[in-house]
Design a protein around this ligand. Sequence first.
Ligand code: TA6
Length: 280
Amino acid sequence: MVAAIDLSGLQTVRVECAHGAQAVLTTHGAHLVSWMPAGANEQLFLSDRSALRRDAPIRGGVPVVFPQFASYGPLAHHGLVRTREWRLVDGADAPSSTCARLRIESDADTHALWPHEFACELTVSLGERTLRIELRVENRDAAPFEFRAALHTYLRVDDIGAVRIEGLAGIAYLDRARDDARAIDDDHVLRVRGELDRVYVGAPRRLLLCKPDGDVELAAEGFPDVVVWNPGRDKCEHMADMAPDGYRNMVCIEPAAVAAPIVLAPAAAWTGAQTLAVRA
Ligand code: TA6
């Protein structure tokens, strides 16, 4: 629950709808930190040990990964924008808006690290029992550039041992926990038993997270891949921003463009999105 965590060091944006659904973002990273659908519990995991400072990434919620995924490149892990301040460009004048749009543009700091002129916009749209998150990337440069991206969604679960993910059977993946070895999982459903870090290449548009307190459907647009991650007990114990047993309460299911970078022409824009929906 966000209520238990002090976000006071960060500027927040709240969206809410008439039926009681609400979501909270920080302008730091355009980071969604909470989503409570109408009549349902918090759906996102947010570590109670997360740094909540402007110079550090937030552990949990939905980090925006751009223009680099993980360490597939020379930049900081997961790129440039999750630790930078974004500007609220829509939703600011309407405190009870169901939609918020945040924007970030390249500047001298980003240029020193990644020599391209870009803009990213994140739009969050809230329904009674749905949440759509859209990432738009603009190339404002005179030359094409390549990027990788993901919406690194941390879903909250009561007990990782009791959940399963449906929709990935037979899909080839890169096993990041085993030097990116290629594999195919033929099991009908995916269960998390220990560390799991997989990039499913060319993943289906719709996945289902099945859990005892209610299933969540995930529908992706534009993102070709999906990453599934849980650090498992041993890794989690060594993470400074996670409780030692925090891995039990989360699983990341991330629409992503990882296996092949996206090439964006000058003046062109790319859009990827995911819609989360809780089922009754
Ligand atoms: O998306 C999965 C992943 O790349 C994992 O390998 C793990 O490192 C995770 O992201 C978290 O990364 P972070 O930089 O937030 O610690």
